[in-house]
Design a binder for this molecule. Structure first.
Ligand code: NAP
Length: 318
């Protein structure tokens, strides 16, 4: 085996990737995990985690370190680099190329590349990104101490992160395009009980307004009356969902209308040997627990897939 050939290559180092690496390493597979940043993925964008069994409350970054150490303990190799593409070769193996010019091969790949925050696509959003427009409360919340800010969205992320942002901001408006949230009941209950939060229903953001010092307000449109108003805020946190990062898969893989990858019950995609786990997979919900569940199945399925492949090759050779 050459140094750039592995039994399995894992693309992405969030909870799914780290768990897959832990299981694959423990299964004695030579394992390479490629992650462009710090391992941890979305864990690094989450302050407190309260829904991971065994940890009533743990910091996201602390869980990320624990998962990384755990995967390393079982022998997985880590590479910090951006995967440019995963391509299937004529013999059924995969070639994984990185931005730094490295090429690896493996008979199986688990893609756990997660997703990227969706954008509103309105004027000012790009212009004021990093100057008041943010997609990460944990990263940027502390810049808004004592200020009045807004959160856009009505899912778990918006409702949970609005709550977190009240640690810093004096007032947090939550702007939602409908008159009810899709967030889970317990998160909604906490949000409604927080006196620093005010919900603005039935409004869409038409424009992010600003000046030299960054965001100054939001132009809002009422979805019922079409009335346009301006809300003065110095920051806006946008949590309107994720787009799956499937761009690394260079072959056609079956997916749903939003781009989430279809898998079978073993997490295998429509391409034999190519597995998907975590947030980029088509499924009901996207939690840390579902990501690690997917990853467990994928890593065990890889072991079986490789054993069967070896057996078939052995039969062919005799
Ligand atoms: P999500 O559940 O897809 O919610 C996106 C929200 O943004 C929805 O309320 C949607 O409105 C709104 N939205 C979408 N496009 C919009 C636009 N252009 N303008 C204004 N609003 C827009 O996404 P998420 O909150 O990021 O959560 C993603 C997944 O992660 C979910 O499965 C969630 O359960 C999970 N998650 C879980 C936790 C937790 O349990 N602690 C925390 C974070 C995320 P509509 O409701 O009108 O469609």
């Amino acid at each position: 085996m050459t140094s750039n050939r592995y039994d399995v290559i894992i693309v992405g180092g969030g909870p799914a990737g780290l768990c897959a690496a832990m299981y694959a390493g423990r299964g004695m597979l030579s394992t390479l995990l490629i992650e462009r940043g710090m391992p941890g993925g979305e864990l690094l964008n989450t302050e407190l985690i309260e829904d991971y069994p065994g940890f009533e409350s743990i910091l996201g970054r602390e869980l990320a370190v624990k998962m990384t150490d755990h995967a390393r303990k079982f022998g997985a190799s880590f590479l910090t680099d951006n995967v440019e593409g995963v391509k299937r070769l004529p013999d059924g193996d995969f070639e994984v190329k990185t931005d730094m010019g490295k090429t690896f091969t493996a008979p199986s790949v688990i893609v756990t590349a997660g997703g990227t925050p969706s954008k509103l696509g309105v004027g000012g959003e790009k212009e004021y990104a990093g100057k008041g427009v943010s997609y990460c409360a944990v990263c940027d919340g502390a810049f808004f101490k004592g200020e009045t800010i807004a959160v856009v969205g009505g899912g778990d992320a918006a409702v949970e992160e609005a709550q977190y942002l009240t640690k810093y901001a004096t007032k947090v408006y939550v702007i939602h395009r409908r008159d009810e949230f899709r967030a889970s009941a317990i998160l909604q209950q906490r949000l409604f009980a927080n006196p620093k939060i005010e919900v603005i229903w039935n409004k869409t953001v038409e424009e992010v307004e600003g000046g030299e010092r960054g965001v100054t307000g939001l132009r809002l449109k009422d979805t019922v009356t079409s009335q346009v108003t301006t809300l003065p805020v110095t920051g806006v946190f946008i949590f309107i969902g994720f787009k799956p990062n499937t761009g690394v898969i260079k072959e056609h893989v079956k997916h749903d209308e939003s781009g989430y990858v279809f898998t079978d019950t073993s997490m295998m995609t429509s391409i034999p040997g190519l597995f998907a786990a975590g947030d980029l997979r088509h499924q009901l919900t996207r939690q840390i627990t579902t990501a690690v569940g997917d990853a467990t199945t994928a890593a065990i399925a890889v072991e079986k897939y490789l054993a069967e492949k070896k057996e078939t090759a052995g039969v062919g050779a005799s």
